[in-house]
Design a protein around this ligand. Structure first.
Ligand SMILES: C[S@@+](CC[C@H](N)C(=O)[O-])C[C@H]1O[C@@H](n2cnc3c(N)ncnc32)[C@H](O)[C@@H]1O
Length: 290
């Protein structure tokens, strides 16, 4: 998890740097491909950062070291996007993002203060209907469970947006009590974020451990005790698959004690986007293991 430095900047762990490196790699590939499409059918393509953040967070292991946050990774991508649309709910963060206009005078930067769910649905999505021949890459990088399922649905319905989302697995597991099933308010909250809560009934049902199957073995049961971050990540990507044609495999982001914090994944209506993401993720995991 991140905390705040004295100037309001985020202090981030190694895994956040990994996430930013993966983002940067993808943006490079995306921008080259999209730029080429502009020679034929594409009118413009945009980078949308729904959780722009503090621009230059500091590294947890060395607070003298600044890291380039997602807006900088996007603004430095070559070829350039036709526009960079930054959203953040924090006025302090928005001030930092404003300063990028001076640093990147040749980039078209639009800044939207506010809750990204509202900004995306009311202000941004209406600018990129499919008929406009415009496309957008949307980075969704919340601290916790801030991205609403209806926002994802609205982005998917444009058929013009790819989303790269850092889903807070830990945000979900924290809401799941060990002993009894969650309160109705918690179920509502999870439904708002995941678009489905049937799985909750499944994990809190009575254990079927003493029921023998036809083959004489106990049915494998899914329970709160055995529920794994991997399972939740796959559940979320499966949900995304109901809205987007293609979804990448998730990469699990772990903290220094190896607990899963987030699952990073891409959802798109374009198969190539997913192929590129899976390739980048695969190389990343191979490097991690080596
Ligand atoms: C994890 S940080 C983003 C880091 C940034 N993407 C990066 O990689 O450099 C999350 C940011 O989301 C902002 N935020 C929190 N809730 C939000 C919401 N509902 N809408 C928009 N921004 C929000 C916070 O102010 C914070 O700056």
């Amino acid at each position: 998890m991140s905390r705040f430095g004295s100037e309001g900047e985020d202090i981030i762990g190694k895994w956040s740097e990994e996430k930013l490196d993966l983002l940067e790699k993808y943006l490079k590939a995306y921008s080259v491909i999209m730029n080429r499409q502009k020679e034929t059918w594409l009118a413009a393509y945009y980078y949308i950062d729904a959780f722009a953040g503090s621009v230059r967070p500091k590294a947890k292991d060395d607070e003298q070291r600044y890291i380039e946050g997602s807006p900088l990774r996007a603004l430095q991508t070559v070829p350039k996007f036709d526009g960079y649309w930054f959203i953040d709910v924090s006025p302090q963060r928005i001030e930092r993002v404003q300063s990028l206009r001076e640093e990147f005078p040749d980039s078209v930067i639009e800044i939207y203060p506010g809750n990204c769910n509202e900004v995306l649905v009311n202000e941004i999505i209406p600018k990129i209907p499919q008929s406009s021949k415009k496309r957008a890459f949307v980075f969704l990088d919340p601290y916790g469970l801030q991205v609403e399922w209806e926002t994802i649905r609205a982005l998917a319905d444009t058929k013009a947006c790819d989303i790269f989302i850092n889903f807070s697995v830990m945000g979900v597991t924290r809401l799941l009590p060990k002993a009894q099933s969650p309160d109705p308010e918690v179920i509502d909250r999870l439904n708002k974020v995941m678009g489905n809560t049937d799985w909750i009934n499944q994990i809190y049902r009575e254990p079927a451990s003493n029921q023998l199957s036809l083959f004489g073995q106990s049915e494998p049961t899914l329970s709160r005790e055995t529920i794994q971050a991997e399972w939740l990540s796959l559940l979320y990507t499966k949900q995304l698959g109901n809205l987007f044609e293609y979804v990448s495999k998730p990469v699990l982001m772990r903290n220094s004690t190896n607990s899963v914090l987030y699952a990073l994944c891409m959802a798109s209506h374009n198969q190539t986007a997913i192929k590129i993401t899976n390739d980048i993720f695969k190389r990343h995991e191979q490097l991690r293991e080596s």
